[in-house]
Write a protein that binds this ligand. Structure first.
Ligand code: GLP
Length: 240
């Protein structure tokens, strides 16, 4: 895994945006897989700025998001669809029909997972953006998830529910989500993992220096041919 350590969150955001912008410039019909959470917000803001400065366009871009909460419709401000619209899609020239997230409101979630998996099979990703859970999860693939998993429904761990409850005004975080599997994530040509802040330091250590094991799902990235970790000093302090 390549490791890029930057001073702070602003530098992390700029570095991540540069890597994504590179793909948009070099590939005719780029396919991106995108992440949510607080970490990539700065990178999305940088991309919006680059778009406004006419440096990049999202016209031919196809996107797939990693995950979505079960039960939250697009109109719910806490849904990952709402997040993506707010931080990226509404602010650039992307065709919304080319933006995909699992549908957490589907009546038949098993069927929805199959539909999403089939789409992923059809559209290999040029770049996969990832945040890092405090327990080393990627997407919503919690510790113990098989490395050969594809899109599936997950029960979130108490730690993840607690970490994400800060974003829900009433603290009512959904208990389940639909997530791409680890096999789907690993299928991307290039992977960019972002980690910011002291509370990610242990997970960063386990990801980079730990044994490749499902107890830290992100450790699987050690086996990917083109994975880059961009971490700020606080998140990286246990690996330097
Ligand atoms: C959620 C998301 C992950 C994200 C993680 C870390 O659980 N499903 O994709 O990486 O949170 O979030 P944050 O960046 O807010 O720390």
């Amino acid at each position: 895994m390549k490791i890029v350590i930057v001073k702070n969150y602003n530098e992390l955001s700029a570095a991540a945006a540069l890597m994504i912008a590179d793909v948009l410039r070099c590939v005719n019909n780029p396919v991106l897989s995108l992440a949510t959470g607080s970490t990539p917000i700065g990178a999305y803001a940088e991309l919006v700025n680059a778009y406004r400065d006419n440096k990049i366009s999202f016209k031919n871009v196809l996107t797939f998001n990693l995950d979505e909460y079960v039960g939250l419709p697009a109109t719910d401000g806490n849904s990952y669809r709402a997040y993506m619209n707010k931080h990226l899609f509404d602010n650039v020239d992307i065709d919304k029909d080319n933006t995909n997230l699992p549908d957490g409101t589907a009546d038949d979630l098993e069927q929805e997972c199959k539909r999403y998996s089939a789409l992923l099979e059809k559209h290999p990703r040029h770049l996969q953006l990832l945040g890092l859970g405090r327990n080393g999860h990627i997407g919503f693939n919690e510790p113990g998830t098989r490395f050969d998993s594809v899109t599936h429904v997950v029960e979130l761990t108490p730690d993840t529910i607690k970490a994400n409850s800060r974003l829900f005004a009433d603290g009512a975080v959904p208990r389940r989500a639909v997530t791409m599997g680890i096999k789907d994530i690993m299928a991307a040509k290039r992977i960019v993992l972002l980690a910011s802040g002291e509370n990610k330091a242990r997970a960063v250590y386990n990801t980079v220096k730990g044994r490749v094991s499902d107890s830290c799902p992100a450790s699987v990235l050690q086996t990917h041919p083109d994975a880059t970790l961009i971490a700020d000093m606080e998140a990286a302090h246990e690996i330097v």
